[in-house]
Design a protein around this ligand. Structure first.
Ligand SMILES: NC(=O)c1ccc[n+]([C@@H]2O[C@H](COP(=O)([O-])OP(=O)(O)OC[C@H]3O[C@@H](n4cnc5c(N)ncnc54)[C@H](OP(=O)(O)O)[C@@H]3O)[C@@H](O)[C@H]2O)c1
Length: 308
């Protein structure tokens, strides 16, 4: 990357694009997990604002929206359909399979190949489309409710995902919440187009996977880019060096956290989640914020999660 000496707001689109499931998307996208009610269950607190968020995202040039049937469940997909259907040809809708919700809203494991297929088809039905740009196989290996019997060999799952791609239902296969070894297997066996793992300025433990994806030309799509909505995970927007730099530069802490991720590697695609138009507008504008090398160095405080 070219060395920069000043933080600057650059022309729109400066962050560039990256291929994703047969499309080419802008690096600043949108994640729909914050649209359903608290705990990602039930209807949104403000239905009309949720629809406005989705329409404003597309108006601002967002062409990559991340969702899941199990957000709500059914709520995020129904909102996307209500707000944006019929979809523009260049809109990359990306979903994920591997989990479900039970009647009480608890996350349940749905990892068997037949369940993956059923859930890809459920996503297509609720979104009202016969194809999505990509679907992530969300592994649940580390989930507290996963029993040994629920763990399915990755190879069998990838074979089903490839079959769905061959049938044209999925533009590209992705994997989520996976180890470096699983990413290697997925690159070899399924020619994956994206990996979705947790990663942010405050949690860089997944750097080896990010770098492996960069080397293989695979999009790396960090979830929890701002640290998530969960109270037990530290928020990037509260991190003192981020807050200080944002104040100096006249931008918001969220923009600093997102710009840091964009500067990490050209294969990073962002899907920050928000239920508010004001936050969405800030987040999309982060695509135009370039951090100087000095800024990045200031943000790089020693962290126990960093592998080096
Ligand atoms: N593959 C997976 O297993 C997986 C897991 C989790 C998430 N995801 C995907 O990744 C996306 C991103 O993750 P996430 O939504 O959980 O976490 P996130 O993007 O790190 O953070 C979302 C939180 O940040 C707040 N926020 C957003 N923009 C802000 C801004 N400009 N200023 C201040 N606060 C702001 C949101 O509140 P407001 O709503 O008030 O803005 C929300 O509380 C999700 O939407 C989902 O699509 C995937």
């Amino acid at each position: 990357m070219t060395k920069t000496t000043e933080t600057s707001l650059t022309p729109a689109g400066e962050a560039g694009t990256f291929p994703l499931g047969g499309l080419t998307v802008r690096r600043l996208g949108y994640g729909a997990m914050q649209l359903p009610g608290p705990g990602v269950i039930g209807p949104p607190r403000d239905h009309d604002e949720a629809v406005r968020v989705l329409r404003r995202a597309v108006e601002l040039g967002v062409d990559h929206i991340d969702t899941a049937q199990f957000y709500g469940p059914d709520v995020a997909n129904a909102l996307i359909r209500e707000a944006l259907h019929p979809y523009a040809d260049d809109l990359a809708l990306v979903s994920k399979v591997g989990a479900r919700r039970d009647a009480s809203g608890r996350w349940t494991v749905a990892q068997r190949p037949d369940q993956l297929r059923e859930d890809v088809e459920a996503n297509l039905r609720s979104l009202g489309t016969d194809r999505v740009a990509a679907v992530n196989l969300r592994r649940m290996d580390t989930h507290p409710d996963t029993r040994p019997a629920d763990v399915v060999p990755l190879e069998a799952q990838l074979a089903e995902m490839v079959a769905l791609r061959d049938e044209g239902k999925v533009g590209g296969v992705g994997v989520s919440t996976v180890t470096l070894a699983q990413v290697d297997t997925a690159i070899e066996q399924a020619g994956i187009v994206c990996v979705q793992n947790a990663y942010s300025l405050l949690d860089q433990s997944d750097t080896p996977v990010l770098e492996r994806c960069a080397e293989a030309g695979v999009a790396y799509v960090p979830y929890f880019p701002l640290g998530s909505a969960f109270a037990h995970i530290a928020s990037v927007t509260d991190h003192p060096p981020v807050v200080a730099l944002a104040a100096e530069r006249g931008v918001t802490p969220a923009q600093v956290g997102l710009a840091w991720l964009l500067a990490r590697s050209p294969n990073v695609l962002l899907i920050p989640g928000t239920s508010s138009v004001a936050h969405l507008e800030q987040n999309v504008a982060a695509a135009d914020l370039r951090l100087s090398d000095d800024d990045v160095a200031r943000l790089e405080l020693p962290s126990p999660d960093r592998p080096d």
